[in-house]
Design a protein around this ligand. Structure first.
Ligand SMILES: *[C@@H]1O[C@H](CO)[C@@H](O)[C@H](O)[C@H]1NC(C)=O
Length: 276
């Protein structure tokens, strides 16, 4: 009885009469046709996971997780997590440019500070993006004017993306709106012109948000780079309103997109044969 129990549990017959273990080929098929046990399922999942990691390793040549590096497996973000977020004024932020040895390199984007120390060749002294180190240059990330637009003031930056046939408002014109002529009445826009302008503005503002978010994603380390968020810039209430409005930099004015043309006045116009 005890012997048969052992047989069943091991799933193979006990040793033969000479005391030799049975040949593997003699292993009988498991009788039970019961569904997969939990441990079978775990084994299969474990195997798939291992296979996935190996495949990832061979294809990416370095990562077991297809380049996915969650913050909780990276030392920088973990240290930051336990210390809590760093709060710096713009003046304090300005000291983190990597100019001193072993000093971290920080940059901010619309009020959020990121650690980019892992890439001193780019953000450190002499690097092509060193101009962004130690400051919040969100505007420069939109306009592309690195030198002039080292400010978080995004007011009017959306005009970078607005079609060039829509006149810049005087406060954002590099020539201060001189071209419009002093005392001249503003041009009255027709209905379709007005909706074209509004549509462009809406689209451009979304593009600003998306562009900032795209960079933020990279600085959070989501693209596989070793950057991470460290905290926030603290600014006085109403700081933005106290800043004078900044004209759109000349380079951004020149780079504005081509006219996209007036939108159809209503969706049914083409169908009715009215055109626009
Ligand atoms: C920038 O930050 C301000 C304040 O936190 C926020 O209201 C605004 O939507 C942000 N702008 C963009 C383009 O993300």
């Amino acid at each position: 009885m005890a012997d048969s129990g052992t047989r069943k549990r091991n799933g193979k017959p006990a040793s033969d009469t000479n005391g030799n273990p049975p040949k593997p080929t003699s292993t009988p098929k498991q009788k039970s046709k019961s569904s997969l046990s939990i441990s079978d399922i775990l084994r299969i999942l474990g195997g798939l996971l291992l296979l996935n990691c190996l495949l990832s390793y061979f294809i990416t040549n370095d990562s077991l997780l297809w380049g996915w590096r969650p913050w909780f497996i990276r030392p920088g973000p973990i240290t930051r997590y336990f210390r809590g977020p760093l709060l710096l004024t713009d003046a304090e932020l300005a000291t983190y440019t990597g100019s001193l040895p072993n000093q971290p390199i920080y940059l901010a984007l619309n009020g959020t500070i990121y650690d980019v120390s892992s890439n001193p060749r780019i953000y450190g002294p002499g690097g092509s993006y060193h101009v962004f180190a130690g400051k919040d240059a969100a505007r420069g990330f939109i306009t592309g004017c690195f030198a002039e637009d080292g400010t978080p003031d995004l007011r009017g930056a959306e005009w970078t993306y607005i079609a060039s046939d829509i006149p810049l408002p005087p406060e954002y014109s590099p020539d201060g709106g001189e071209g419009a002529g002093e005392g001249e009445k503003p041009v009255k826009l027709t209905g379709p012109q007005k909706s074209y302008r509004e549509q462009e503005l809406r689209r451009a503002r979304k593009q600003v948000r998306d562009t900032i978010e795209g960079w933020a994603k990279m600085f959070r380390g989501e693209g596989g780079k070793d950057y991470f968020e460290v905290g926030k810039v603290v600014r006085e209430e109403g700081w933005l309103e106290r800043e004078p409005r900044k004209a759109l930099c000349v380079q951004a004015v020149k780079g504005r997109p081509k006219p996209r043309g007036l939108p159809a006045q209503d969706a049914g116009a083409a169908y009715r044969g009215g055109g626009r």
